[in-house]
Design a protein around this ligand. Structure first.
Ligand code: CTP
Ligand code: ZN
Length: 156
C-alpha cells in the first residue's frame, strides 16, 4: 500500500477521553452522560476499533470539557472496563478506571409494570447494583425485580 496509515482521530489538546469502552456501547455511554452533541463541544466517537486488550473497543473524546470521574462512574454499568483520561495541553493529566455506583436512581425504569415506581406515585426508580463486569445486574429497590445487563442496555 502506498497510502500512509493515519490516526483515526487526532490527539486532543484539552478535555476527556473515555477509552476501553465495551465495543458497541459508545452511544449508550453518551446517553448516560447526557451528551447530545447540542452542547457545542467537539465530540469524537469511535466504534469497534481494534484493541490489544479487548479485541475491539469504543472510544469517546470530549474536547474542552473535563468530566469528573465521579460524574462518569455511571458508565461502568454499560462499559465496566472504561478508563477516563483527563487531557491537559495534550498530556494525560489523570487516568482512572470507572467504578460502578452501589445504587442508581432516576435513570432507568423498572421492567415490572406493577412496580410502585411505574404508578403515578412520585417515586424515582432506584436499583441496587449487583455483580460485576459483564455479569453486572440491577435489582429494583422497591419490588426486587432483576434486570440483566442485556435488559438495561436496551433502555439506553
Ligand atoms: N489521547 C488523546 N489525546 C491526547 C492524549 C491521549 O486523544 N492528547 C487518547 C489516546 O489516544 C488514548 C487515550 O487518550 O486513546 C489514553 O492515552 P494514553 O494513556 O497515552 O494511552 P495508553 O497508554 O495506550 O492508555 P492505556 O494504558 O489506558 O491503554
Ligand atoms: Zn420495581
Amino acid at each position: 500500500m502506498s497510502e500512509k496509515r493515519e490516526l483515526r482521530v487526532e490527539k486532543i489538546k484539552d478535555g476527556t477521553v473515555i477509552d476501553h469502552i465495551t465495543a458497541g456501547t459508545a452511544l449508550a455511554v453518551l446517553r448516560i452522560l447526557g451528551i447530545t452533541g447540542r452542547e457545542g463541544f467537539i465530540v469524537s466517537v469511535l466504534m469497534n476499533v481494534p484493541s490489544g486488550k479487548l479485541g475491539k473497543k469504543d472510544i469517546v473524546k470530549v474536547e474542552g470539557r473535563e468530566l469528573a470521574p465521579e460524574e462518569v462512574d455511571r458508565i461502568a454499568l454499560v462499559a465496566p472496563n472504561a478508563t477516563i483520561n483527563i487531557i491537559r495541553n495534550f498530556e494525560v493529566a489523570r487516568k482512572e478506571r470507572v467504578k460502578p455506583p452501589s445504587m442508581i436512581t432516576g435513570v432507568l425504569k423498572c421492567p415490572n409494570v406493577a412496580c410502585i415506581t411505574n404508578s403515578r406515585e412520585p417515586i424515582k426508580p432506584t436499583f441496587h447494583v449487583e455483580g460485576e463486569g459483564e455479569n453486572l445486574r440491577l435489582r429494583c429497590y422497591y419490588c426486587g425485580t432483576i434486570m440483566s445487563r442485556e435488559e438495561f442496555l436496551k433502555q439506553f
